[in-house]
Design a protein around this ligand. Sequence first.
Ligand code: FES
Length: 211
Amino acid sequence: MAIKYSEKVIEHFQNPHNVGKIENPDAEATEGSPACGDQLSVYLKVDPESHKIKDIKFQSYGCASNIATASIITDLAMNKTIEDAKKITWKQAADALGGLPPIKMHCSVLAVDALRSAIKEYEKKKLGKRFDEGLNKKNIEKQLNKIIYGKIGVDIISLRLVKYIGVDEKNNILIEITLKKDDPFLSDVKDEIKERLHTFPNIGKIKISLV
Ligand code: FES
């Protein structure tokens, strides 16, 4: 079945804005999408006084939707302070493109992820900020928040599909989700939960139960 894209998606895919690499960037980050394996790099130049993004570029190894969302996200972030740029969501990016097909929403998650990682890199490198990246419920929820249920195109936290998150003293994790056994998107969701949680160091076993 052919996927239908909005005119804006096609426009940004055919003529993406801010493509390329910045030499000597203040920060850069590459993120991969556990949903599809594609990658996106974002480069930033930030004004040290105002903390406004003075230049932003991207290189995408992803699909048309990813190129289009990366293009619109760099437009949205340009000249914003890093605090404001951090608040750009994948939903806003998708809306600014006139919508994305549900099955392609994870492509805009990848674009926002890469932007936020580049900003985080800037904050670590240039502002000496430290982040709590430990294995706890809050950080697990942040990861699950990026997993899109492809049937509807909304993340599994907002859809309230995650009923329980547990971590024991050996860092074993139990996640309970409400999806039917025969849901065609179940294995994608499970695989992505595992991939995202394996980014935590010293993680134990991951159990995903259906409730
Ligand atoms: Fe991989 Fe779109 S399918 S980024």
